[in-house]
Design a protein around this ligand. Structure first.
Ligand code: PGA
Length: 224
């Protein structure tokens, strides 16, 4: 399997941009879209691998106004769901670790893969007793190390830090796939993907530029 290249559009994009990506995106990329675009993209190109940017702590269906369950995301064509992104944890009081683990359970129960984001405080997750949930689903979880200091700042973490943290995570969760995220672009991705403990990248800003995202995919394929 090649490296995982996940683009996180955050609260960006439009039908016009989506249409452009559907036609020309490199098939290796996984796109984490705002949920409003997911069904549309899946309908127009069922081959494209789609992620959601979050899901509800509630499973199935019910009286939870404004929530979107993992079940609904799976029905709409998602294969992956990002959970615990620091931007969600900043704005949503539902994102305590116990709730993130509930979301993780919902995502894997619906047959999708959870992309679990951790930041500089990643050790709290590793120490959390309920991390048994994680240990039980290692084949359906990808752990993304996204230091807050690197997100959207243009300041990628040092290669040593990335290498050490992801090796630490791999040691704690044997066999788990890992991503690095934070200011990844076409210029720095080769060095990052060359680190042994890195299985892929989570890309914010640069994933909104089709040419750059495709270039990142091409670089990653040359590393195989
Ligand atoms: P960035 O965002 O690439 O714009 O730094 C990464 C992320 O938050 O997933």
């Amino acid at each position: 399997m090649g490296k995982l290249i996940v683009g996180n559009w955050k609260m960006n994009g439009s039908i016009k941009l989506v249409d452009e990506f559907i036609l020309k995106i490199n098939k290796q990329a996984i796109l984490a879209l705002p949920s409003i675009f997911i069904s549309y993209v899946h309908f127009k190109n069922p081959e494209l691998r789609i992620a959601a940017q979050d899901c509800s702590i509630f499973d199935g269906f019910g009286a939870h106004t404004g929530e979107i369950s993992a079940q609904m995301l799976a029905d709409a064509g998602c294969k992956y769901v990002i959970i615990g992104h620091s931007e969600r944890r900043k704005t949503s009081n539902s994102d305590a670790i116990s709730n993130i683990l509930k979301k993780l359970q919902n995502v894997v129960n619906c047959g999708m893969t959870a992309i679990l984001c951790v930041d500089e405080r990643y050790a709290e997750l590793i120490d959390e007793p309920t991390s048994d949930i994680l240990k039980n689903h290692l084949d359906k979880v990808v752990i993304a190390y996204e230091p807050i200091s690197a997100i959207g700042t243009g300041k990628v973490s040092s290669l040593k830090d990335i290498s050490n943290v992801l090796a630490d995570i791999k040691n704690s969760y044997f066999g788990v796939k890992t991503l690095y995220g934070g200011s990844v672009n076409a210029n720095n991705v080769k060095d990052i993907l060359s680190i042994a403990s890195v299985d892929g990248v989570l890309i914010g800003g640069a994933s909104l530029k089709l040419e750059e995202l495709n270039k990142i995919c091409q670089i990653s394929m040359c590393l195989l």
